[in-house]
Ligand binder design. Structure first.
Ligand SMILES: Cc1cc2nc3c(=O)[nH]c(=O)nc-3n(C[C@H](O)[C@H](O)[C@H](O)COP(=O)(O)OP(=O)(O)OC[C@H]3O[C@@H](n4cnc5c(N)ncnc54)[C@H](O)[C@@H]3O)c2cc1C
Length: 366
């Protein structure tokens, strides 16, 4: 393996898109995925291209989200042209119902110039006919999209496989790092070693396990999320709706996803009957017609939970040559484009798209 390559550990949306951006800039890249690429959290997520409650997040999350939201349509078009796989960026807007912190949301929108506004319930009912009764207030943000994340991952994988400067090695679990002095100079697999100019750790919820082999504590922990899926008529749900922490997302073909749970149960991602019942109850409260619909899918994924949801992006000061792009918690799909662009900026000495300081691993690892 060429030693001037960048090794990317983890084939979720962060690893795959990071590899695409680096390879697009001419860098030789090797992606190492311990199972099949794109089958963990990035596959399991809902794909809303916005933080669920953008006004509750640190501005560091907001800066990446804003950049990514603008970039998503271009990314999908580029992937479609390269692979013929449509990531289905579906712009529906998002309604929040009965929010406790509605006025904070509206203040935030004014400050940040987002077109979030109060809407009369009558207007919501007209726009979203299947909405349940019993809600008393609503706010709406037009322009919010969702991306069909399993398709996005399929497109990313196909795009990488078509690039001559990319090697995607699946079923290749990284077990530890190689050093030259204090510099990280590659990785150890069961089958041998791969040397490289630098290593990017984007192993999602498992990133901390690998950093532990260096004696570093990365505060990224698995947070289980369960989702259910219905198949409805194509025009059943015209917009995304969210109430009491639960949301419904329409895909272009009428599939409706309802999520999600937030569970701190380690690395167990078994779907449970309790979550199924609770998600169904939320779905039927939001959209009563779903009582007549069949749940055709139920799954769980492990979000890479980090303090305040601020990802780690940058070089590890204690171990030059080792870079992080992980800890995107509930927002990895929306934050992926900006996170991967920022990582590329920092690695290649380009002007960064946003101030990199809040994401730097410096001072944030135990
Ligand atoms: C139910 C649910 C709903 C969500 N909804 C949304 C949403 O609407 N919008 C949004 O923006 N985000 C959402 N998210 C969050 C989003 O899915 C995650 O933040 C994002 O997918 C994280 O991407 P990742 O690439 O870091 O991790 P992952 O997709 O988990 O990828 C990590 C990869 O690393 C691999 N790996 C691990 N260890 C090793 C190793 N030692 N060697 C090699 N490979 C390794 C894994 O096999 C995996 O493929 C949701 C998540 C869940 C679970």
């Amino acid at each position: 393996m060429k030693s001037n390559s960048t090794l990317v550990v983890g084939g979720g949306v962060i690893g795959l898109l990071g590899a695409l951006e680096l390879a697009g800039a001419g860098e030789p890249v090797v992606v190492l995925e311990r199972a099949e690429a794109g089958r963990e959290s990035s596959w399991a997520g809902g794909g809303i291209v916005s933080p669920l409650y953008p006004w509750r997040y640190d501005s560091a999350v907001g800066a990446l989200a804003r950049w990514s939201q603008h970039y998503y349509p271009q990314l999908a078009a580029r992937l479609l042209a390269a692979t013929e796989v449509d990531s289905e960026v579906h712009v529906t807007g998002l309604y929040w119902l009965d929010l406790q912190d509605e006025s904070q949301a509206l203040d935030w929108a004014r400050r940040e110039s987002y077109g979030l506004r109060s809407v009369a319930l009558e207007a919501v009912r007209e726009a979203v006919p299947p909405l349940g009764s019993g809600f008393s207030s609503a706010i709406y943000m037009p322009g919010v999209a969702n991306v069909r994340n399993p398709r996005l991952l399929k497109a990313l994988r196909a795009a990488l496989q078509a690039m001559s400067n990319v090697t995607l090695l699946e079923h290749s679990e990284v077990q530890g790092f190689l050093y030259e002095g204090e510099r990280v100079a590659g990785v150890r697999l069961e089958s041998g070693e791969i040397r490289a100019a630098r290593v990017v750790l984007s192993a999602g919820a498992w990133s901390g396990q690998l950093l532990e082999t260096l004696g570093l504590r990365l505060p990224v922990e698995p947070v289980k999320g369960q989702m259910i899926l219905y198949r409805c008529a194509e025009d059943f749900l015209p917009a995304m709706v969210l109430a009491k922490g639960r949301y419904a997302i329409p895909r272009k073909d009428g599939h409706v996803l309802v999520g999600s749970t937030l569970e701190h149960v380690g690395f167990d991602k078994t779907p449970t009957g309790e979550a199924l019942a609770s998600l169904k109850a939320s779905a039927e409260e939001l959209l009563p017609a779903l009582q007549e619909a069949e749940v055709i899918g139920h799954w769980a994924g492990l979000r890479p939970g980090s303090p305040d949801g601020v990802p780690f992006i940058g070089e590890v000061p204690q171990y030059p040559g080792l870079w992080l792009n992980c800890g995107h918690y509930r927002n990895g799909l929306v934050l992926a484009p900006a996170s991967c662009e920022l990582l590329k900026n920092l690695m290649l000495g380009e002007t960064p798209i946003v101030d990199p300081a809040p994401y730097s691993p410096a001072g944030r690892l135990g």
